[in-house]
Ligand binder design. Sequence first.
Ligand code: PHB
Length: 248
Amino acid sequence: MANSPSGDSVTERLLRVLETFTPTRTVQTASQIGRRAGLPSSTAHRFVGELVEVGLLERDEDQRVRVGMRLWELATRSSAALRLRQAAMPAMALVQSRVGEHTQLAILEQDEALFLERLSSPDATSNITRIAGRLPLHASSSGLVLLAHGPAELQERVLAAPLAALTPATITDPAALRRKLAEVRRLGHAVAPGSIEEVATGLAVPVRDRSGAVVAALSVVVARDAAVDDALSALHRAARDIHSRLER
Ligand code: PHB
């Protein structure tokens, strides 16, 4: 595909444009997109116009743009994430009704935990996860599960990089993180009190496919000082149910 003077391909520039949208930045002007994507204004306006034309972006009355339903439709239609989400939804609904707190499903994506689904009740504990949002592996309960069962190279890469402290309780020492990952494998779940938000504790279990590989983490977020045993047993039961629903 044709490259720009700076050498990046149309596909790379398209990706940069789409990546300027985040769970908290859902509407932007073409100029803002251009600035954030590092594109000249005229290129950004042309790109955005073409993407609106084919429905991948949508424009509102104020000429601001958001991600289009067509993009959602194409991305969702045949993705592995959809199959996983469909297998998980009945079990997630049960966990959510039993525990009464946020219940979410995450997968490993580019060294972060990517959240595919979240079920919440209005009066549940504070929760910073967003559907299609990400959390760091070392700091969230889902991330700890995905990291503990992830490839050895991933573990070494994460352990070698600086471990950002999101709260005073986040594990930032590589040796302590290594011990925590061993504990997660030994216990079969992760408990992360105050690790990403001081007021909340994350609890997560691995979800395995029919081959036994860990394909996702199922988690709940409870108040920091809440009892965790009932929530953990609900999570373990749900993970077994999802495992049995996943196709061979
Ligand atoms: C966690 O999984 O550890 C977690 C996630 C979101 C929160 C708090 C904890 O808001």
